[in-house]
Write a protein that binds this ligand. Structure first.
Ligand code: ADP
Length: 436
């Protein structure tokens, strides 16, 4: 069931029906007092029965989940109760009777029974003060006495209503405190389970990565081992069988294997200690210039580099060194893609824009773009089209992992006008307010 303000407001009323169903027989049993005050009599008994029935039937009909139903029935019970009480005062002898002095008490008692609403109590106060004043006036008492009693009933009603409103405020504050505590506890447990999820995802990623690294390094290590065995045999053999050229070739091959392993380790080292650094607010222009400074060495003979980062671009939540590493990867990839084309007309651009609560960085080039069979595999670890001497296939996979750790995303697409586009999205830094 959706929680409407009406239903939510009814929470302040609490379970009242049970209490009112107990109140009805209690009212009826007070007929004993009437007997003591005026002796047995039908009018008092009828008034007691009517009062008890009004309370009981109204209690049975009220909907405890609806604030408006509770308000309606409370008003009915207070008004009916006040009228029955005025009747009882009259039956018991009017202004000279035993019950007359109880006029100021009724609104006060109603404040205790129904502290949730002021209007019914005020209505009861108005009826009681009119009843008290009217009886004194009809008995021919001086106007000063009439006004005195009206004043007493009105004052007592107002004091009672004030007390009830303070009670309501305290109750509301307690409810809000309880809700706030529950909300904080829910958020804390959500954060704990989120941390656990991130941790297990990280372990899964590390596991996958370790498996791929093992597979990838195994191959060169296997032929390095085989080559070393061969070299040992040939160098120690008497007389020597292999020619100098053959031995030089095996050395070259072995060095290529070592170089491949070194390359993979180098790429991994660039991304190591991922979890030791917490993301902080980074000025995008600074991060971009960190990456551009190094990338220029690679790009200067290959393409023209253009940077378009607006001055008012909000900072992003990221690890500065890691984000610069990611950008450097993307720029180097763009350089590799443009290499065959020649510097003339080749362009690489970094563009920063703010889209709502996200900062978007686009790294674009006008190279060949991603072939259709390459696009779905770009972020696979060790997927490369560059050949073993140039690429490890780790750059994009690790870049995406790193960006996602900071709550961002990295996607690749082909530009309509030709060339590749890598799109990075980051949440705007925490202390920055974003105009919506
Ligand atoms: P590596 O650069 O070692 O090959 P990456 O994960 O960085 O590994 O890149 C994977 C592949 O994505 C590259 O081999 C290349 O085929 C493709 N690629 C990446 N960037 C671009 C680009 N700007 N234009 C065309 N292809 C690209």
């Amino acid at each position: 069931m959706p929680v409407t303000p009406e239903v939510a407001a009814s929470g302040e009323w609490g379970p009242r029906r049970k209490m009112l169903l107990w109140l009805a027989p209690a009212l009826l049993s007070q007929y004993v007092l009437d007997v003591l005050a005026v002796g047995p009599g039908l009018p008092a008994l009828v008034l007691r029965v009517v009062w008890a029935l009004c309370v009981a039937l109204s209690a049975l009909r009220m909907d405890e989940h609806s604030a408006s139903s509770m308000r309606l029935h409370t008003t009915f019970q207070c008004v009916a109760g006040s009228l029955c009480f005025i009747g009882l005062v009259l039956v018991a002898g009017g202004s000279d009777g035993a019950y007359f002095h109880l006029f100021p008490c009724l609104p006060l008692i109603l404040c205790l029974i129904y502290p949730q609403d002021t209007l019914p109590v005020m209505l009861s106060g108005a009826l009681c003060s009119a009843g008290a004043g009217g009886m004194l006036w009809m008995a021919g008492r001086p106007m000063s006495q009439v006004l005195l009693w009206v004043g007493i009933v009105v004052t007592v009603t107002l004091v009672g209503a004030y007390g009830a409103s303070e009670f309501r405020k305290a109750q509301r504050a307690e409810n809000e405190g309880r809700l706030e505590r529950a909300r904080r506890e829910a958020l804390e447990s959500l954060a704990i389970s989120e941390r656990r999820r991130a941790h297990s995802e990280k372990l899964a990623t590390i596991g996958q990565l370790a498996a791929s690294v093992m597979h990838e390094i195994n191959n060169p290590v296997a032929f390095i081992g085989a080559n070393l065995d061969y070299l040992e045999r040939e160098v120690l053999a008497e007389p020597r069988r292999a020619s100098r050229e053959e031995l030089a070739e095996v050395f070259r091959e072995t060095r290529t294997g070592v170089e491949r392993v070194r390359q993979i380790i180098g790429d991994l080292r660039g991304f190591s200690r991922m979890d030791t650094e917490e993301p902080t607010e980074c000025a995008v222009a600074d991060v971009v210039s960190d990456a551009v400074r190094i990338a220029r060495l690679r790009l200067q003979h290959v393409a023209r580099l253009e940077v378009d980062i607006p001055e008012d671009l909000p900072p992003v939540l990221a690890v500065r060194r890691r984000l610069a590493q990611v950008l450097l990867n993307l720029l180097v990839n763009a350089g590799d893609a443009l290499e065959a084309r020649g510097r003339e007309g080749s362009e690489v651009r970094i563009i920063g824009v703010c889209e709502g609560a996200r900062v978007v960085l686009r790294v674009e080039d006008n190279g060949p773009g991603f072939p259709p069979h390459v696009l779905p595999r770009l972020f696979e670890t060790f997927f490369t089209t560059k050949g073993p001497e140039k690429g490890t296939g780790l750059g994009l996979a690790l870049s995406r992992e790193l960006v996602e750790q900071c709550g961002g995303s990295l996607v690749a697409e082909n530009r309509e006008e030709g060339g590749a586009r890598l799109r990075l999205e980051f949440p705007v830094g925490g202390s920055v307010k974003v105009a919506s």
